[in-house]
Design a protein around this ligand. Structure first.
Ligand code: KG4
Ligand code: ZN
Length: 378
């Protein structure tokens, strides 16, 4: 049983249960975090089956699926945490960026819940959430990430580099120092996978196939940026892969694979690997290595420009094993979330809300979803 103070007052020494809700894209998620550092439950309902046949997320279908799932997902998160609605001290919800119709489901539900329970509502930036997935897990292990830190958030929607400072009062300040000018890193993984006839989302499968190829076999171009050298671009790389596919007469192989993936994820990984020619595995390995090199180059340069004590890598692409291995070989301490907190989840939203809750920050019931909500002034 938690204890709530007078309106707006949240005592640091009491156990505070924050319910996080995340519906920015194609995952309906709810989680309970106690006192900012204990993850009590983390429930994620994936819509993969709904969107798979379209080769990407269909916004209208995503909103409908969120509506269907949200009540059950929240109830499960409370059950797993061993608490009831009445025990909650605050509701945190993703305000943006994301698909506006999807965000609206989470925001509306969170508002209703906060109003009926008479507890604070806190709107959270999804990108800030990804960073706090790592802060949360490090605290849960009893450690603290040393700040200032360089945070690389790489997902299906974002490839952003932030310089992050933390004040003594546990307040986080974000400065956007680099970003993608076109495709996000996860989007590049998904588009290349789709181009090669693999299903959606392509990142996890490319990750598993890449170790079977030779990354030095297909020369692919690194991007050349005018202006901010910390910015990223992946559309040229995607075009280079397309050109290679056309020049290598891969159409028949790709069409056969499209049939294999037409109805859903292929039966087994071994089957997929066995039916993928070595030349394609080499292309996949070369593509993945190029993406990793691009991200590593920007992160190292950013860390030289502004001294940092650590690097945080988060977002769906942070699940990539090749990326993890390369970043972990750096001399700076590098922090990744566990695999389940790399991709979208609500634990990161609840964790990001906790320091704000303690500082008395609240969102009004006029909180609106914002599809392009920014984090950190450039
Ligand atoms: O963070 P996330 O779940 O959703 C967004 O906020 O976008 O990230 C999803 C993205 C997808 O593009 C997916 O292909 C990519 O993360 N992804 C990966 C891996 N797991 C997920 N990319 C590369 N390697 C992985 N293991
Ligand atoms: Zn995300």
């Amino acid at each position: 049983m938690s204890v709530r103070g007078p309106a707006g007052f949240v005592a640091r020494w009491l156990v505070n249960y924050v319910l996080g809700i995340e519906t920015s894209c194609d995952e309906t998620a709810a989680a309970v975090v106690a006192s900012g550092d204990k993850l009590l439950s983390n429930v994620v309902a994936s819509q993969l089956k709904t969107h798979f046949r379209y080769g990407g997320v269909v916004p209208e279908l995503a909103s409908r699926e969120h509506l269907r799932a949200i009540v059950v997902v929240v109830r499960k998160a409370l059950e797993k945490a061993g608490i009831t609605y009445r025990d909650l001290n605050a509701v945190a919800v993703t305000q943006g960026p994301g698909l506006v119709g999807s965000l609206l489901v989470g925001v509306t539900f969170a508002k209703g819940l906060a109003a009926s329970l008479e507890i604070p509502l806190i709107g959270i930036n999804h990108i800030e959430g990804h960073i706090h997935a790592v802060v949360l897990e490090e605290r849960q292990r009893g450690g603290e990430i040393p700040f200032p830190s360089l945070a690389l958030v790489v997902s299906g929607g974002h490839s952003h580099l932030f310089h992050v400072e933390r004040t003594a009062g546990d307040e986080y300040r974000y400065e956007l120092v680099g970003r993608t000018r076109d495709d996000a890193a996860g989007e590049a993984f998904d588009k290349v996978a789709k181009l090669l006839g693999f299903g959606y989302p392509g990142g996890p499968l490319i990750d598993k196939l890449a170790p079977f190829g030779d990354p030095s076999r297909v020369p692919l171009p690194a991007s050349k940026m005018k202006g901010n050298a910390l910015d990223l671009s992946f559309s040229g790389l995607k075009t280079a892969v397309l050109r290679h596919v056309r020049a290598s007469n891969m159409e028949a192989e790709i069409n056969a694979r499209r049939r294999l993936f037409a109805e859903g994820p292929a039966a087994s990984f071994d089957e997929v690997r066995a039916s993928t020619p070595q030349a394609t595995l080499d292309l996949i390995a070369s593509f993945q290595q190029t993406v990793i090199k691009e991200l590593l180059r920007r992160a190292m340069r950013a860390a030289e420009e502004r001294p940092v004590e650590s690097i945080i890598v988060s977002g769906g692409v942070a699940a990539n094993s090749g990326l993890r291995a390369r970043f972990q070989s750096l001399t700076l301490p590098v922090y990744f979330p566990s695999l389940s907190l790399s991709t979208d989840n609500a634990a990161m939203i609840a964790a990001a809300a906790y320091p704000r809750l303690l500082r008395g920050e609240r969102s009004g019931l006029d909180l609106r979803p914002q599809a392009s909500l920014a984090l950190g002034a450039a």
